[in-house]
Design a protein around this ligand. Structure first.
Ligand code: MLT
Length: 308
C-alpha cells in the first residue's frame, strides 16, 4: 500500500506549489537566476514555483535546510559551485553535501567580474594589483561569506597574487553590491548577473573578467588571465539540487520542466543581457549534474586543502 501511495503521489506531481530555496539574499545573482527559472518552470509544471531566500554562511545554511527537507519534490535548492566547497570549508557542517542531495540539472555558467567602487583610484587591473600591494593593501572586499563564489574568487586572487584583502561577508552579494555602489567597500568579484547593470550604468568600475576569454557583453574588459594571472579562471555554474531520496520520476519531471524553461525566449534574452546563457538539454539532467557536482567536490577539495 505504501509503495502504491508513493507511486500515486509521483503521478500527481506536482499537486501543490514547489519551493526553490536560494541560500543567498533576495536581489543578488543567485536570486536573479532562480526567479527567472522558477517562473518559466512553473508554467510547464502547472504549479507556482516559489522562491525562499535563506542567506548566510556562504549559502551553507540554506543548503542545509534543503538537505534536511522531505524528499518529495516540493523543496529544492538553486545555488552554484559553492555547494561543492562546503564540505572542505566547513568541517562542522551537519550534512555532507556530496551525499545529502540528489541532482535535478545544471542551469547556467555565469562569468564573474572583478569590480571596484567607482571612485577607486587605480584605472586598470595592472595598477589595481600594484595599488593592492602597496598603499591599497587590506582593501575591503565584499563577499557572500565563506564558500560563496564571490569568496572563492577572492581566495584564488589572494593565492595567485599574494595581495591582502579585508573580506567583508554579507548574506549575499545583492546587499554587498549596494555597499559597493555606495562606496562603503572597495572591491568585489561577482557574477555578471549582479554586475552587468551597474557596469553599464557606470555605478562601479570594472577591472577584469574571470573567464579564459573576454565575454561578449563586455568585450572591452580584459581577462585576469591576460593580465598576468596566466591560469586564472572561475565561473559560477548554477544547478538545482533536491534532498537525497527524491524519487527519480519526480527529478526527471523537474529536469524536463527545467529544459523547457531554459528555452523560454524571455529567459534567454534576460540571461543574455546579464552576460550568460542557459545550458543545453543534455546538461540540464540529473546525470550531467551528478558528474559535474562530484568532480567539483574533488577539485575544490584539493584546491582548498592545498591552501589551508
Ligand atoms: C548571491 O546570490 O548572493 C551569490 O550567488 C553569492 C555568491 O556566491 O557570491
Amino acid at each position: 500500500l505504501a509503495a502504491s501511495t508513493a507511486a500515486l503521489a509521483q503521478d500527481a506531481y506536482p499537486s501543490k506549489p514547489v519551493t526553490i530555496l536560494v541560500p543567498a539574499a533576495a536581489g543578488g545573482p543567485s536570486d536573479t537566476v532562480a526567479r527567472l527559472v522558477a517562473e518559466a518552470m512553473g508554467a510547464d509544471l502547472g504549479q507556482q514555483v516559489l522562491i525562499e531566500n535563506v542567506g548566510g554562511a556562504g549559502g551553507s545554511l540554506g543548503a542545509g535546510q534543503v538537505a534536511k527537507a522531505e524528499p518529495d519534490g516540493y523543496s529544492l535548492l538553486l545555488y552554484h559551485v559553492g555547494v561543492s566547497t562546503f564540505g572542505a570549508l566547513y568541517p562542522d557542517l551537519t550534512y555532507n553535501p556530496g551525499e545529502a542531495f540528489d541532482s535535478v540539472g545544471l542551469v547556467t555558467d555565469v562569468p564573474m567580474t572583478l569590480v571596484g567602487r567607482k571612485d577607486l583610484e587605480p584605472a586598470d587591473v595592472g595598477s589595481l594589483m600594484t595599488w593592492l600591494k602597496g598603499e591599497g593593501a587590506g582593501a575591503t572586499f565584499g563577499t557572500a561569506g565563506t564558500g560563496a563564489v564571490s569568496d572563492l574568487c577572492g581566495r584564488l586572487l589572494i593565492e595567485a597574487t599574494g595581495i591582502e584583502l579585508t573580506v567583508v561577508p554579507y548574506k549575499g552579494t545583492g546587499p554587498a553590491m549596494t555597499d559597493l555602489v555606495g562606496g562603503q567597500i572597495d572591491l568585489m568579484c561577482d557574477q555578471t548577473t549582479n554586475t552587468a547593470g551597474q557596469i553599464e550604468g557606470q555605478q562601479i568600475k570594472p577591472y577584469a573578467v574571470t573567464t579564459k576569454e573576454p565575454i561578449s557583453i563586455f568585450p572591452q574588459i580584459p581577462t585576469l588571465a591576460s593580465s598576468g594571472l596566466a591560469d586564472f579562471e572561475i565561473t559560477a555554474w548554477h544547478a538545482i539540487w533536491a534532498p537525497k531520496g527524491t524519487p527519480e520520476p519526480i527529478r526527471l519531471r523537474l529536469s524536463a520542466a527545467l529544459q523547457k524553461a531554459l528555452k523560454d525566449p524571455k529567459l534567454i534574452e534576460r540571461f543574455a543581457n546579464l552576460g550568460t546563457v542557459p545550458v543545453t538539454d543534455e546538461m540540464a539532467t540529473p546525470a550531467a549534474m551528478d558528474e559535474r557536482f562530484q568532480s567539483e567536490i574533488v577539485r575544490w577539495g584539493k584546491l582548498l586543502a592545498a591552501k589551508n
